[in-house]
Design a protein around this ligand. Structure first.
Ligand code: SF4
Length: 397
């Protein structure tokens, strides 16, 4: 998934507009990692204490600008992503959260997420993170078998994942998500389903199941080609996806977005809001934001970002205003990736015409192919439609 729509849907930086959406999110990108995973094309760099300190020192100044952009709207979600934000000292993260709280109101029931790597943090650190008010932990397990972990070039073990989950529960994280990747080199449906089963034995509240994507400028992108051994072909992946969805449903985790499954009530609110076209501010190098049709990203370089802020300038990589048509298109494309589908009234509000009238051909085609249906003022994907969301989206491009 490497175009911007797919990237944002996949991880944690989607967005469009604030139609009927009073919630405001804040995405913070902390791009440091202990090492580089061979498939990763996110903006991440090796942890260097001085660089990290300089960045954390610059963020409060940037938060002053964000507070103005928020205009008094309280934050309903905050997402510390990266990178591996949990590898930073808890005191630094505490300072960052304090800086946010000083400048913005965080709703009492807000979802405050942090991404972490298993094995890189122990019981004490987890307690400290929970003590900071972070209430949702997203663990990058990626695989739950040694062969799968090795194929992805991950350094942690299956035992590390199990131990971290146990410690996180004890620390009070009652909203816990695991990330898994399928379709890695040497992928085998039976083994990967067993790996998924082991993840489910840990009773996560949420699970993100991502198909490995090859980005050209990564070691995997240079070495492998989609569908050519040792990577699986599309038929094998489709079969796996169907079996995995059944296994997850059996464990009580229902698919609510193409790559995301949750127990009822544990859907990731931050991502849900962005898929619905909600507003979210951005902080940190490489972070993307969206506010009422204005979309922007900050420079994906720690030094460049800090230097710009030091000069009193906004460290923008780009900024664009979406036209009403682009906003409607984005709502449709992201909505067709979610179980709840597309809100017809929001689309009509943007286009001045109904979705069915404006896109009569694509809507008829979706219906004909059994990919989506109109229901209660929504265009809702079928399970076949969710499995073929990319194809469904293409009809609207
Ligand atoms: S831990 Fe995540 S962000 Fe860091 S290099 Fe690996 S995949 Fe990329």
């Amino acid at each position: 998934m490497r175009n911007w729509l797919k990237n944002r849907a996949k991880r944690h930086e989607p967005g469009a507009m604030g139609l009927n959406q009073p919630e405001l999110g804040l995405y913070v990108h902390l791009p440091f990692c202990p090492s580089r995973c061979p498939y990763c094309d996110f903006f991440a760099s090796p942890f260097e204490p001085d660089k990290a300190k300089a960045l954390l020192g610059a963020l409060p100044g940037h938060l002053d600008c964000l507070a103005k952009m928020a205009g008094g709207r309280p934050l309903d979600t905050l997402y510390l992503g990266g990178g591996t934000p949990a590898m930073l000292p808890a005191a630094w993260l505490g300072g960052l959260l304090e800086a946010v709280r000083k400048r913005m109101v965080i709703n009492p029931g807000a979802e405050l997420s942090i991404e972490a790597n298993p094995g890189a943090l122990g019981a004490r650190k987890l307690k400290l993170l929970r003590g900071l008010g972070l209430n949702r932990l997203s663990l990058g397990a990626q695989a739950m078998d040694p062969k799968g972990l090795k194929a992805l070039g991950r350094r942690h073990s299956v035992q590390d994942v199990a131990r971290t989950v146990k410690q996180a529960r004890r620390a009070g994280f009652d909203n816990l998500s695991l990330d898994l990747i399928y379709g890695a080199p040497g992928h085998d449906n039976a083994r990967t389903l067993e790996s998924l089963g082991r993840a489910l034995d840990l009773e996560p509240d949420h699970l993100s199941l991502y198909e490995l994507t090859l980005s050209p400028h990564t070691p995997f992108g240079e070495k492998y080609q989609k569908g050519v051994a040792p990577l699986p072909d599309d038929d094998q992946l489709a079969e796996f996806e169907e079996q995995a969805t059944g296994l997850l449903a059996g464990a009580g985790l229902m698919r609510y977005e193409v790559s995301n499954y949750a127990r009822p009530g544990f859907e990731c609110r931050h991502n849900q809001s962005t898929w619905r076209g909600g507003d979210y501010l951005a902080l940190g190098p490489g972070a993307h934001g969206h506010l009422a049709g204005r979309r922007w990203a900050y420079l994906a370089g720690v030094k460049a970002y800090v230097d710009k802020l030091g000069k009193g300038e906004e460290p923008l990589e780009f900024c664009e205003e979406l036209s009403p048509l682009e906003r409607a298109q984005e709502l449709v494309i992201l909505g067709l990736r979610t179980l709840e589908g597309v809100d017809l009234d929001s689309v009509q509000g943007l286009l001045g015409r109904s979705l069915q009238e404006f896109w009569s051909g694509p809507v008829a085609r979706l219906n004909e192919l059994g990919l989506a249906r109109l229901e209660n003022r929504r265009l809702v994907p079928t399970s076949k439609g969710l499995a073929m969301a990319d194809g469904a989206a293409e009809l609207f491009m």
